[in-house]
Design a binder for this molecule. Structure first.
Ligand SMILES: [Cu+2]
Length: 541
């Protein structure tokens, strides 16, 4: 009890210690009103393709292949993924070099069962070190993909040709090596217990300083956790369950991806050129790696498992029929699995790294109709995302959306929290240049920013200058409030692992730090912000 009472007092001291910049934001001062006044639809600079772009809704929607295990003995499913360069035809008639998991973008999907561990042996045949993180996974620290736990290429010598040995690659880390890093050469086994609520996770590169360009080049794939209880609900399944990874990219005239890296080899100097330091946006919208694809459906309910896999682009999705009629997005799940009851949206905002599980009912849509999924935050061609063509009458549809979807959502109350923390996400100086900071500091692997006790419940209060989608590793959380104590928004329902802070906004979340002890992270999932300092260490003890 006394511990609980300490919460607000610690909170106040922390608030004061954070100083003037945070205070101005928290008090709704000039910074807040200026930022809100601009109301930007996106944070970042947009690259323009010089390649000829195809018309929308011509390319069929690809579905990532499901990876087959190499062994299923001993209660563990074993998989192997080789990270390698490949060339793919993304824009019709053009060839695009990619960095991939297993030769495709997105990488292969891992289908996992709740409570049944999966071990993935990743083999790095790319020219740079890599790190695999399973986003949303309840993963022991040694398999969580800490940014300095590198898998090195066999012939890796970072300073080769630059005459300074191995230190130059540490430039973005302020010259600091990380004594706790556990590196391997060529391969590494990542073990995922899958001891968590069923949901769609995604795995992607998380290498120190170079996460954004690595994901951009193609290092992202899906990992779906299922269980018997969810399957018993009768939700749309089989060909009527569609994973949709949405990501923007830009293409040069020769088909190669554009990206404004300071060092296009991604070997030494991290970061992007000045117009893009707030985030890299692009003018082509890919879904499962295809530009503005189209997918044929029948007149039945479909389950869409949405991931915003973009580095910096936000979307607000709506479904519009040829005749202007809009279809509802019936949200059944959030980042971390099923809601208690469905929430119906006319439009659904989705920030980088967020997932939404939605059901769309095409039952009453006339055959022949094109149903466009549009992005209300886009302009020009970025207003289009993908489309469904209602191709035929369904012979039957025995799917349903039950009134109660789940009964196991954590019901943490504010009174359960032993601590309240304030964390400001805003721009600032880093290494003498532009950076993105948490609590006024740029990321350093050698500093513990937040220490929590295993099983403690805490309330964290975030405040933002511009858009920041904030992600915690290890745990899911509930959104408690937005904007000075106002209730969460409808799409904040359920268990989240990424929350979208809007410009000038404060958001409170609550979570229990359960699962595993060790070194984890929390960070902004605008991938360029993440690479430019907006990450912090979370030590669970
Ligand atoms: Cu950010």
């Amino acid at each position: 009890m006394s511990e609980r009472l300490q919460g607000p007092r610690m909170d106040r001291r922390r608030l004061l210690a954070l100083g003037g910049a945070f205070g101005a934001l928290a008090a709704g001062g000039l910074i807040t009103s200026t930022v809100l006044g601009r109301r930007p639809a996106a944070t970042g600079g947009e690259l323009r393709s010089t390649a000829p772009l195809p018309p929308a809704y011509q390319v069929p929607l690809p579905l990532p292949r499901v990876l087959a295990p190499v062994a299923v003995s001993g209660g563990v499913d074993r998989y192997e993924i080789t990270q390698r360069e490949t060339v793919a035809e993304i824009l019709p008639g053009l060839r695009t070099p990619l960095w991939t998991y297993g030769g495709t973008f997105p990488g292969p999907t891992i289908e996992a069962r709740r409570g049944r561990p999966v071990t993935v042996t990743h083999r790095n045949e790319l020219p740079v070190p890599t790190v695999v993180h399973l986003h949303g996974g309840r993963t022991p620290a040694e398999s969580d993909g800490y940014p300095t736990d590198l898998v090195l290429p066999t012939d890796w010598s970072p300073g080769a040709g630059h005459g300074s040995g191995g230190t130059e690659s540490m430039e973005g880390m302020g010259g600091m090596a990380d004594p706790r890093a556990v590196t391997t050469t060529l391969t590494r086994d990542y073990t995922f217990p899958n001891d968590q609520r069923p949901t769609m996770l995604w795995y992607h590169d998380h290498r120190m300083d170079f996460t954004a360009p690595a994901i951009w080049r193609g290092l992202a794939g899906l990992h779906i956790v299922r269980d018997d209880a969810e399957e018993a609900l009768g939700l749309p399944s089989g060909p009527r369950e569609l994973p949709l990874m949405i990501a923007d990219r830009a293409f040069a005239a020769d088909g190669s991806l554009l990206y404004p890296s300071l060092d296009p080899t991604l070997r030494e100097r991290p970061g992007v050129t000045e117009p893009y330091t707030a985030g890299v946006l692009a003018d082509v919208i890919l879904v499962n790696g295809a530009p503005w694809p189209v997918h044929e459906v029948d007149t039945a309910r479909h389950r869409l498992r949405l991931l915003n896999g973009s580095n910096a682009r936000h979307y607000e999705l709506e479904l519009v029929c040829d005749d202007g009629r809009r279809l509802d997005l019936i949200q059944i799940g959030a980042d971390q699995g099923l809601l208690t009851t469905a929430v119906t949206h006319r439009a659904l905002p989705i920030a980088p790294a967020e997932r939404y599980d939605v059901v769309v009912d095409f039952t009453d849509v006339p055959v022949g109709t094109l149903v466009r999924v549009r992005n209300r935050l886009g302009s020009g061609r970025t207003r289009d995302v993908l489309a469904f063509r209602v191709a035929r009458r369904a012979t039957s549809d025995d799917s349903r959306v039950p009134a109660i979807l789940s009964t196991d959502l954590p019901g943490w109350n504010r009174e359960d929290a032993v601590r309240v923390r304030d964390l400001a996400f805003r721009a600032g100086q880093m290494n003498g240049g532009h950076g993105w900071l948490i609590g006024g500091r740029a990321f350093s692997p050698s500093r513990t920013d937040v220490t929590v006790n295993l099983d403690d419940v805490e309330v964290w209060r975030f405040v933002a200058d511009v858009h920041h989608p904030v992600h915690l590793h290890l745990v899911g959380f509930r959104v408690l409030s937005r904007g000075s104590g106002k209730p969460p928004l409808p799409h904040d329902a359920g268990l989240k692992d990424t929350v979208s802070l809007r410009p000038g906004e404060s958001v409170e979340i609550i979570t229990r730090f359960d699962g595993y002890r060790g070194r984890y992270l929390f960070h902004c999932h605008n991938a360029e912000h993440e690479d430019m300092g907006m990450m912090a260490n979370l030590e669970v003890v």
